[in-house]
Write a protein that binds this ligand. Structure first.
Ligand SMILES: [Fe+2]
Length: 229
């Protein structure tokens, strides 16, 4: 049965095709083909390190591939202004962005049904997709969800956290390389905010990745040590 032996590559290719059809999610700051792959691999890293094994590996990994697919339905054109960074601070942006977990549920269902997963499996995956960004204090995530949520954060650390500002630099008219280097020098990563990760093993993985990220930042900072600045 496919539930027990999912074809991850087939699912990944399917979501990549959908992201490729969009203006925002196939390249640049929101390159979901890379980010999805990193969430998938980060979830595996966490599961390999976890001592307690009462999680559902197949459900988590399928959800990792599908979790952000709702982004293709987010109305980016109405909330993004390429000439200014102010648009990210506006409530319209976060309101629209926060819709993506819910918008992803029907899309995830459609994809899984196409490949023949059982309705029970689909429900379990969709529950993770729907709640992957739910970090409300009164909400208690299952171990499956804790792993996915942590993978979603870790995927953005290390090399990914280092290159993302430069991808913004290529897409937005207000950013350039020197500006991006200065930005990464002062920006505090969200993973460093206390209490953001659910599991201790995730914290260990994140710590290692942040060390790498900081080393990279230190190295590239030397590039702009100049009397011209
Ligand atoms: Fe997300």
């Amino acid at each position: 049965m496919i539930d027990k032996n999912p074809n991850y590559k087939e699912l990944y290719e399917e979501v990549c095709k959908l992201y490729d059809k969009t203006k925002h999610f196939k390249h640049g700051p929101w390159d979901e083909t890379y980010f999805t792959l990193r969430v998938f691999e980060s979830a595996k890293d966490i599961m390999n390190k976890l001592k307690e094994k009462n999680f559902d590996k197949e459900t988590i990994l399928v959800a990792a591939i599908l979790h952000d697919i709702g982004k293709i339905k987010v109305d980016m054109e109405s909330v993004i202004d390429y000439s200014t960074s102010d648009c990210f601070d506006k409530p319209e942006f976060s309101r629209e962005w926060r819709k993506h977990p819910i918008l992803g549920v029907p899309l995830a269902k459609k994809i899984m049904r196409k490949f023949g997963y059982s309705e029970k499996f689909i429900e379990k995956v969709c529950c993770l997709v729907k709640n992957h960004a739910n970090r409300k204090k009164d909400f208690i995530p299952s171990l499956n969800l804790q792993i996915l949520q942590d993978a979603d954060i870790i995927a953005d650390c290390g090399y990914a956290g280092f290159i993302r500002p430069f991808l913004f630099g290529g897409k937005f008219s207000y950013a350039n390389v020197i500006g991006s280097i200065k930005y990464i020098q002062k920006e505090k990563h969200r993973v460093e905010k206390k209490g953001f990760l659910n599991l201790d093993v995730s914290k260990e993985i994140a710590e290692k990745k942040m060390k790498l990220q900081k080393r990279l930042i230190k190295e590239i900072s030397k590039e702009i040590k100049s009397e011209l600045l």
